[in-house]
Design a protein around this ligand. Structure first.
Ligand code: ACM
Ligand code: ZN
Length: 738
């Protein structure tokens, strides 16, 4: 609720008052409080399109057509706040009042949302259109409403960054948190250290392809100015002390070991970080920050601070000397000291720092704002210590996560300032959604960001008083329906709201014959699709969603999805094994990890196989244990082959088994070996992420009722591994009996 609602409740006449959300336009139509709507709210207000737009930028209104007034009175700040506004539309036109230019901008943005979508593009506004007569008084609940854009894992063009700024502005977001330095790429030109971009902006991907790019100072100034015109502050993130491999590749003397390392081309957390004992490293970072603050006028600079392993510091004579000289407790305290050095330097430029919640590990660095990402615990700790906090927990705000982890409804349900964060002495400035780009090159980013970021925009602008109401989400969806065409007009390649389709599998009935009965059904609004079945023998069309069919053998159900009449940006597929053992009884001698059950204790015979994404819900896993599983086929059957697939991804501590033993039985008591496979050795380091299949020997029709798989865990991660000595994971998707 806006702070100044009381002001207008006395003066309703032919107008209605409502409280704006980030999507005002449709809200005014669909959610006008009926009791307040008097007379004819829809009036035709003719505005010639020829003067409607200026310079082809549809979001910059020509103020000749709208009266906009800065309230310069003494009470103005109290009345409107830093970003609030009043928008009044009647037959005389539109009138916006605010205490600040930002407020006027948000008033114009609301007006923009009220105008026809046609006004967004060519040929522009029609020569007269209806607008509701209304008064909106509006102000945001949170002052920090942001999106993190990671342009390091994948470089993104200047045009794309501007496109993102445009979309943020449409949704009244006011912060672009621009992630500019990482292990996998340094993206900001620094005159004093040219190798940061010459060397550090380029990498060779594991498949041999080069990837790189950086922003020149002039491009950065252009982007910062473009954002400022839209009342968006660009906060640069210069990661330290960790996530710094690209800088170390350019200048190896910045690290503890001085080793020459390439720009990282794998994802994850790396041991080599800036040396905190080396004065030259500190001087380097101060010089970098001097150039950064010259480019970015933001009051805060994000210094990262997350995921900085301390192994190098603990072994480094210089870092240990620093700990001793400064009277620090340990490496965590050294991190606090290190970040404070940066904070003190930035303070000489009149700036403060923001850091990920990891910066609390050695105690809150003086003056730091804390960005909570590992849940809300960091925010709670920060608030208790008197810090400002920004919230972006993985539970609700990570837009690189798939929809099955975080869908639109989940984002919309986010509470940025629950009671635990309201007791002070610090407070919540607002939140961000985080778009990390490990798995999202530029062309996929929109489909991950929208519509979920629009949900978060509404949470941050309108606050829980609005979004937690009964029915609020359905209202939001109804307004979103009217908003999608505007996104289309602006070239926003939005994705889906939730997991779009669901697969059900069951044993085929007697009339259906052998195989599995399957249905792929729609699980989202405005979705349709065509299903096909692809096997090594070819592809068969199975018809539209919700059509039941029967499949035989091993293959992939592919779904070509259509969302709102257009091909969806991502297609769905399911890997299915219609085999002899599917839906038989299964007994496990282990308890699957609760994070990777694949759906339950029968998951290894449910007909679903996994994809290359080991989090897709079809993989079952255990850590540090073997997988021993026994299938009861119900009656003796002639068998040709037994097989299972295992996931391989060393970076995620997932190893294929060291041994697999297959055996069969007629009675469940006496067992006959079918084959035994032994891994040659613990595999050498690689960054491969793939699926490895293991089969028994040809069984030549051997009769058996029971089948047993014993897959031996590979053991602790080997010495060469980043997690040497830790228990490794074993992942299996299905035991296939043929
Ligand atoms: C983060 O996601 N490492 C902040
Ligand atoms: Zn060191």
């Amino acid at each position: 609720m806006s702070a100044f609602s009381k002001f207008f409740l006395t003066s309703i006449s032919l107008l209605f008052v409502l409280f704006s959300s980030c999507l005002d336009a449709e809200r005014s139509d669909s959610n006008a409080p009926a009791g307040l709507l008097v007379g004819d709210a829809q009036r035709l207000i003719p505005w010639p399109s020829s003067v409607e737009l200026r310079g082809g930028a549809p979001w910059v209104f020509d103020l000749r057509q709208i009266q906009a007034e800065l309230d310069l009175s003494d009470e103005a700040d109290d009345r409107w706040g830093a970003e609030g506004y009043q928008l009044e539309i009647d037959s005389a036109g539109a009138h916006i009042t605010a205490a600040t230019k930002a407020g006027l901008f948000y008033g114009r943005t609301t007006l923009r949302q009220l105008r026809p979508t046609l006004c967004e593009g060519d040929p522009g506004c029609p020569n007269g259109y209806a607008l509701p007569a209304l008064i909106i008084e509006d102000a945001p609940s949170f002052s920090h409403r942001g999106l993190l854009l990671d342009c390091c894992r994948h470089f993104m063009s200047v045009d794309f960054v501007k496109h993102t700024i445009d979309a943020l502005a449409l949704h009244k977001m006011n912060v672009l948190h621009w992630h500019l330095t990482e292990d996998q790429g340094w993206r900001v030109e620094i005159d004093a250290y040219p190798d940061l971009t010459l060397v550090g902006s380029q990498r060779i991907n594991p498949d041999g392809t080069p990837h790189g790019g950086y922003y020149t100072k002039s491009q950065i100034r252009e982007i910062v100015a473009y954002a400022a015109e839209r009342h968006i502050e660009v906060i640069p993130e210069i990661e330290l002390p960790g996530h710094s491999r690209a800088a170390l590749a350019a200048y190896p003397w910045l690290s503890c070991t001085g080793d020459t390392l390439p720009v990282a081309n794998r994802w994850g957390v790396f041991k080599d970080i800036y040396c905190a004992g080396n004065d030259s490293t500190l001087a380097f970072l101060r010089a970098v920050l001097d150039e950064v603050v010259e480019l970015f006028p933001s009051t805060r600079v994000h210094i990262g601070g997350d995921e900085a392993p301390k192994v190098r510091w603990e072994a480094c004579p210089k870092c240990n000397a620093r700990i001793a000289e400064e009277g620090l407790h340990d490496a965590h305290d050294l991190q606090r000291w290190f970040i404070e050095q940066m904070g003190e330097h930035l303070a000489t430029h009149g700036r403060t720092i923001v850091g990920w919640d990891d910066i609390l590990e050695g105690g809150l660095p003086r003056g730091a704002t804390v960005q909570s990402w590992r849940g809300m615990a960091g925010a709670e700790q920060g608030v208790a210590l008197g810090a400002d906090v920004v919230v972006s927990p993985t539970s609700h705000c990570y837009l690189d996560y798939p929809l099955r982890s975080t869908d639109l409804e989940e984002v919309y349900s986010f509470d940025p300032a629950p009671p635990a964060l309201q007791g002070g002495p610090g407070h919540v400035l607002g939140g961000e959604c985080n778009m990390w780009s490990e798995h999202a090159p530029e062309h996929l980013v929109d489909s991950k960001v929208y519509p979920r970021a629009i949900g978060l925009a509404e949470v941050l602008w309108s606050g829980r008083a609005h979004t937690a109401r009964t029915g609020a989400y359905d209202e939001f969806l109804a307004r979103l329906d009217g908003h999608y065409p505007r996104l289309d007009a602006l070239g926003v390649n939005y994705g889906l709201e939730t997991v779009p389709v669901a697969l059900t599998l069951a044993p085929a009935s007697a009339t259906e014959g052998s195989g599995l009965a399957a249905t792929v059904s729609a699980a989202m609004r405005q979705i349709s699709g065509e299903v096909s079945w692809r096997t090594s023998g070819g592809e068969t069309s199975l018809g539209p969603l919700d059509t039941p069919f029967t499949v035989q053998g091993l293959g992939e159900l592919q779904v070509q999805l259509t969302h709102r009449g257009k091909p969806a940006s991502e297609q769905e597929s399911f890997f299915v094994a219609a085999h002899l053992g599917a839906f038989s009884d299964l007994v496990l001698d282990y308890e699957p990890s609760q994070h990777y059950t694949a759906g339950g204790l029968q998951a290894l015979v449910d007909g679903r196989r996994g994809s290359l994404d080991f989090r897709d819900g079809a993989w079952q896993a255990v850590q540090g244990e073997p997988m021993i599983a026994t299938i009861d086929l119900g009656s003796a059957q002639p068998l040709e082959r037994l097989s299972a697939r295992f996931y391989h991804y060393q970076d995620a501590w997932i190893f294929t088994p060291s041994q697999i033993h297959w055996s069969t039985s007629l009675d469940g008591n006496s067992w006959t070996s079918a084959s035994n496979w032994i891994s040659p050795a613990m595999l050498a380091p690689d960054s491969v992420q793939d699926i490895r299949s293991h089969s028994s020997d040809d069984m030549g029709g051997r009769l058996a009722r029971y089948v047993k798989m014993e897959a031996v865990n590979a053991g602790p991660c080997p010495d060469w591994h980043a997690a040497a000595g830790q228990a490794s994971w074993l992942f299996c998707d299905e035991i296939v009996v043929e």
